[in-house]
Ligand binder design. Structure first.
Ligand code: MN
Ligand code: MN
Length: 459
């Protein structure tokens, strides 16, 4: 049951390819700090590889056949890419799924206020965060403001060298005696995660002059009125780019690696794979961090509808075929796994834990308190995956999220499994998951990409 360290196994050629994959992954993280940005970049990459919008194919009355590549997008936040295989679609697809939303801090709908001659955005955090981690670090704002007439204004502030950044303040140590007695969950409370955005009053203004000045600047730069925040989606994320980590540059430190590390490697494998037997699919979804809800989350009918459209565009639609296509599919539901952290050894059970440099992680089940809420992958399916990966010399490891009864977490796996298909949780190990800056191993990123390619080419 001993698992090898990937760094000992790679050839020079593989190490070169590993660096290439790492560089392109870091670029994806830099241009994709929100779900919208991730989907936009995915579309760009897919189009460059000959993928066409399924809607265009439908309106051109084109019949899809083996080898055709298409994609469908839901509300700019979720994408499904397909490459039509030689086998009938009703025989099922090989599906790679991952999510592109990440924990962050969202700007409220009525956000702007002034206190103590400082101006703030009021916020509501998104997903599971240790709130104390988000104070006193440089933050950027990404998102859209949609005006009443439908005009969409894209906002990115805090990423360019010359851009200003923003910050959430913390109490100085000198006055923190009481604060430091609090439980970590209470040290910084949700309503205290407000973003500092200005301190200069508008000349001649008597009331809330600092806020008035911010509004004036927003009007000048973006043509936004205060009421336009009502129809805005502005996300506060750590400012700055993905970086190599360690003297040996073996790791990557970046925001949003949960779950863009799986999303990007799935996407890359999808785009690099051609001539598939079974129809290949890559599904990048939104809202996983808050329960896969909403139109763009995995619980949405979007994916099922697209499969129906696909069959229709192949001239083969029937309700039964849609059901068969889904039930006969195989899926890798990829999401990040907790990497073993020697600083917090006690929460791990070492035989069933993911380690950096040990490859693609499989979680047969997730859940908590007696596997509750888990998709428990079928042993037959796990055996199939062992076989195809071993045959292709892809290194993998199996893990659970921590010791029994220490905690737990969910993914999108169980939602797809509802169709009766084979699904397993897989992915890449991460240190400091959900922190503003998360760590991955370049070897695991590369091995995930290799494994996903093997899966897509599988029978
Ligand atoms: Mn995740
Ligand atoms: Mn997560």
């Amino acid at each position: 049951m001993e698992r090898k360290n990937l760094w000992d196994l790679y050839t020079d050629e593989q190490l070169q390819e590993l660096e290439k994959v790492s560089e392109s992954y870091k670029h994806y993280l830099d241009v994709g700090k929100t779900e919208r940005e991730c989907i936009r970049e995915a579309i760009k990459m897919a189009q460059a590889k000959g993928y066409r919008d399924l809607n265009d194919v439908i309106s051109a009355n084109h019949t899809l056949t083996a080898g055709d590549k298409v994609y469908a997008v839901c509300m700019d936040k979720t994408i499904a890419l397909f490459q039509i295989g030689q086998e009938p679609l009703e025989n099922g697809m090989n599906i790679l799924g991952a999510h592109v939303d990440s924990p962050r801090i969202d700007v409220k709908q009525n956000p702007l206020y002034e206190a103590g001659e400082l101006s703030y955005f009021d916020t509501h955090y998104y997903g599971g965060v240790k709130k104390y981690q988000w104070v006193t670090i440089p933050l950027a704002i990404h998102g859209v403001v949609v005006k009443k007439d439908g005009t969409k204004i894209e906002v990115v502030v805090g990423e360019e060298e010359k851009d200003p950044v923003f910050v959430i303040t913390d109490l100085l140590i000198h006055l923190a005696q009481e604060q430091l007695e609090q439980k970590a969950a209470k040290v910084i409370e949700g309503e205290k995660l407000d973003l500092l955005i200005g301190n200069k009053p508008l000349k001649g203004e008597e009331k809330e002059a600092v806020k008035a000045n911010v509004l004036k600047l927003l009007k000048e730069k973006y043509d936004i009125e205060e009421e336009d925040f009502l129809s805005a989606e502005l996300e506060i994320v750590p400012a700055g780019k993905a970086r190599d980590c360690g003297f040996d540059r073996s790791m990557i430190l970046a925001y949003g690696q949960d779950d863009r590390v799986c999303a990007y490697t799935s996407l890359l494998a999808m785009l690099e794979t051609t001539d598939v037997k079974r129809t290949a699919c890559c599904l990048l979804v939104d809202k996983e961090e808050i329960g896969s809800v909403g139109a763009t989350g995995m619980h949405s009918r979007f994916f099922e509808n697209v499969v129906a459209e696909l069959l229709n565009a192949m001239g083969e639609y029937s309700d039964l075929k849609v059901r068969k296509a889904l039930a006969n599919s195989k899926m890798l539901s990829s999401d990040v796994s907790a990497a073993f952290d020697p600083m917090f050894e006690s929460v791990f059970e070492k035989k069933n834990t993911a380690y950096f440099g040990h490859g693609l992680v499989f979680n047969k089940y997730t859940g908590s308190r007696g596997k509750s809420g888990s998709n428990d992958a079928n042993a037959e399916y796990v055996a199939y995956l062992r076989r195809i990966l071993d045959e292709a010399n892809v290194t993998f490891q199996t893990a659970e999220l921590g010791r029994v009864d220490v905690g737990g977490g969910g993914t999108i796996a169980y939602i797809l499994a509802n169709y009766g298909m084979n699904v397993i949780d897989s992915g890449v190990a991460v240190l400091s998951m959900h922190a503003p800056w998360e760590v991955t191993s370049k070897a695991d990123v590369y091995e995930a990409y290799r494994g996903y390619g093997v899966f897509l080419r599988g029978n």
